[in-house]
Ligand binder design. Structure first.
Ligand code: NAP
Length: 501
């Protein structure tokens, strides 16, 4: 399949341009060449997409599909993605500037997500409840929530979208999705995959364009039942406020400032190596990046010296440069933000141990590159410790005791992920259980599986993606009470003692 219409919107089963005729150029972040020109939806296009999703949900055809049938569609989606995975990886890599091999891993993960939810779709979630009396059948049943507005970010475009689209289809919902204006390609290509897999018309709809304009009706329109959002804390708060007007369900996957805690008794080779991957993978543009190193005082100098040395050796480059270990930032605006963040940290008292600048060389001139950066001498009250940079920036703090490590690890508004490095298994478990984050790795960093829930404590969001709870997000729960021996309740008894019929 050539995916030749991927630059257009997809509404009610048809590719179409935007009603205003507006377009947007998507640039490759590594050298700013034009990737493609996309149609730019206005609010009226988004309303048309919501109407299509509403009609597909309410009209009954999609609603008549069994869980087995929805599961089969998801299986076919996984098969088509397997067939076209190289096309998808190339498109993802061009939009995001991540190395092709990383994009290939991402698409493999996307396929696993569709496979996993294909197995959950046929499961019957009905549950008989003991009503505590005779002649009553009391059943808890689940139904799809309805029309979902999905809004996704640019760092893992299709992966984040798959965490929403796969369970929504498994549950029997319909949806409108808006990917980031910077990385629309693979989410758009999915619309062709869904059609080929046999998803009925109107179940999946796509609008392309900016959050402010195309995204506007997604959190306000009364035809939307739920907003499922992955992105920044600021946008998440705005959407939650908007959604309150019509009491929509809101699922939020927001930012993190994730502690990576190294105790002196850890395997330091492994801890140091993984500390680099934790923070510098995809140039730090990872919500769960281990951007906050907490290191026991007695090994601080040894650990930071080695991390800084290795950070200086990390090779930057374009997505297909076989020598490159990581790529550029997503945009000029984002790099500006990262540069301001570092400048502010230095003015607050952080000490620069590595990076802190753009790389030199003609090959970097047109792209949005920034060197892996290590900021030492940080303390919990500094902005650079409290705020997410979403760039290749590691802040370093020291601690003396286990209790202090836990206290520091919990001392931001975020609660997405974190890690503990120690050879003492009991200590690792004690610390892991007291950290207020949605995922904790012990002696590891970054792995996740589709079967395990993902999400944030505190202001890192609400709700969960993946796992069984990731499906439950898209289900309403209904109690059906059936009286098998109906009789007058006699609560209101007429004065003459006989019921008037
Ligand atoms: P963002 O600026 O909040 O944008 C996310 C999405 O929201 C984009 O599609 C954006 O559209 C859209 N948007 C912006 N304003 C909107 C509005 N008023 N109404 C509707 N949609 C709106 O976030 P980002 O910079 O793309 O992503 C980075 C953030 O995502 C980081 O904070 C990161 O931690 C977080 N993240 C979290 C997870 C997780 O699992 N918790 C995973 C990945 C990323 P346009 O871009 O098209 O304007």
């Amino acid at each position: 399949m050539a995916y030749e219409h991927m630059t257009e919107l997809f509404i009610n089963g048809k590719r179409q341009g935007s009603s205003s005729g507006e377009i947007r150029n998507v640039l490759h972040p590594a050298d700013a060449h034009l990737v493609a020109t996309f149609h730019e939806a206005g609010a009226s296009d988004t309303v048309a997409a919501i109407d299509a999703a509403r009609h597909a949900f309410d009209s009954g055809h999609w609603g008549s599909f069994t869980g087995e049938q929805r599961g089969k569609i998801l299986e076919r989606v996984a098969d088509i993605l397997e067939r076209d995975k190289e096309l998808f990886a190339k498109a993802e890599s061009e939009d995001t500037a991540k190395r092709l091999v990383e994009a290939q891993y991402d698409i493999a993960d996307v396929i696993s997500v569709f496979k996993y939810f294909s197995t959950l779709a046929p499961q019957n979630h009905d549950r008989e409840v003991d009503p505590g009396r005779q002649n009553v059948r009391s059943t808890m049943t689940s139904e799809p929530i309805g029309v979902i507005a999905m809004i996704t970010p640019w760092n893992y475009p299709l992966l984040q979208a798959s965490w929403k689209m796969a369970p929504a289809i498994a549950a029997g919902c319909t949806f409108v999705i808006k990917p980031s204006e910077l990385t629309p390609s693979t989410t758009s290509m999915m619309m062709d995959v869904f059609s080929e897999a046999g998803l009925p018309t109107g179940v999946a709809n796509l609008v392309l364009g900016s959050g402010a304009v195309a995204g506007g009706p997604m959190s306000t329109h009364p035809g939307v039942d739920m907003v499922s959002f992955t992105g920044s804390l600021a946008t998440g708060k705005r959407l939650m406020i908007n959604a309150a007007e019509t009491v929509k369900r809101v699922a939020l996957e927001l930012g993190g400032k994730n502690p990576n805690i190294i105790f002196a008794d850890a395997d330091l080779d492994a801890a140091i190596d993984n500390a680099l991957t934790a923070v510098f993978l995809h140039s730090g543009q990872v919500c769960s990046a281990g951007a906050r190193l907490l290191v026991e005082r007695k090994i601080h100098e040894q650990v930071v010296t080695e991390i800084a040395r290795r950070a200086d050796l990390i090779r930057l480059g374009g997505a297909t440069d076989p020598d490159a270990e990581t790529g550029s930032l997503i945009s000029a605006a984002h790099r500006d933000k990262v540069e301001r963040y570092v400048a502010d940290a230095l003015s607050e008292g952080a000490i620069l141990r590595a990076g802190g600048m753009r790389p030199e060389g003609a090959q970097f001139e047109n792209g949005f590159f920034y060197r892996p950066t290590v900021l030492d001498n940080c303390t919990t009250e500094m902005h650079c410790v409290q705020d997410e940079s979403f760039g290749p920036i590691l802040t370093v703090e020291v601690f003396d005791t286990e209790d202090e490590a836990i206290k520091l690890g919990n001392d931001t508004i975020f609660g997405l992920a974190g890690a503990v490095w120690t050879s003492d298994s009991d200590k690792a478990q004690r610390v892991a259980r007291q950290l207020r984050h949605g995922t904790i790795w012990i002696n590891d960093y970054h792995p996740y599986v589709a079967q395990a829930e993902w999400g944030g404590f505190k202001q890192s969001g609400n709700g969960r993606e993946l796992g069984e709870a990731g499906l439950a997000e898209y289900l309403e729960h209904k109690h059906i009470w059936q009286n098998l021996a109906p009789a007058p309740s006699q609560w209101f008894v007429p004065t003459k003692g006989k019921v008037d019929v």
